[in-house]
Design a protein around this ligand. Structure first.
Ligand SMILES: O=c1ccn([C@H]2C[C@H](O)[C@@H](COP(=O)(O)OP(=O)(O)OP(=O)(O)O)O2)c(=O)[nH]1
Length: 153
């Protein structure tokens, strides 16, 4: 962490009233835990877009990444199928947390439960330089396990 926090405008929607804003659980936390604005049960194998009751205006040059919470993933198989979810700086709709239940049991979420974490990150944009040939490398076109399996090299 460095410097002052980046200020991000946040708006509570009607169904977000009374909920905690996303917040860092510890001084060194990279992500802000975000809570659900709804009571919902996600059946085993099912997906749900969890309402947060919030919309945001992220400054240009930044994004928010929606990442799973490791405790939910490890204990219950609850994770973010599109991880990291991308919140664009020009998006003004409701921030939603997509969750999938990879566990064997249904998972109940209560309004106010912390369902994911939000990481503010800088965005570097690219522009293409189209060429006829790319520079040669040792790897070349090898990939997808070309260096061997998961055993130590
Ligand atoms: O986990 C997520 C992912 C996305 N969004 C919102 C904010 C984001 O800016 C917008 C579009 O997301 P994305 O670009 O991932 O979606 P897409 O499937 O490419 O749709 P679009 O055509 O709207 O860009 O949806 C969320 O609220 N939660």
């Amino acid at each position: 962490m460095s410097g002052a926090p980046v200020r991000v405008a946040v708006r509570r929607l009607a169904h977000g009233e009374g909920l905690d804003l996303p917040s860092y659980a510890t001084d060194g936390a990279a992500g802000m835990d975000v809570v659900s604005a709804e009571n919902v049960t996600i059946e085993a194998g099912a997906r749900h877009a969890v309402a947060t009751g919030l919309s945001v205006a992220i400054p240009a040059g930044y994004e928010i990444q929606v990442r799973p919470r490791s405790g939910l993933a490890f204990k219950h198989g609850i994770t973010v199928p599109n991880t990291p979810g991308t919140i664009d700086s020009d998006y003004r709709g409701e921030l939603k947390v997509l969750l999938i239940n990879h566990g064997n049991e249904s998972f109940a979420i209560a309004r106010g439960d912390r369902v994911a974490q939000l990481v503010l990150a800088p965005v570097t944009r690219a522009s293409w330089d189209e060429v006829e040939e790319l520079d040669a490398t040792g790897r070349g076109s090898g990939g997808f396990g070309s260096t061997g399996g998961h055993a130590r090299l």
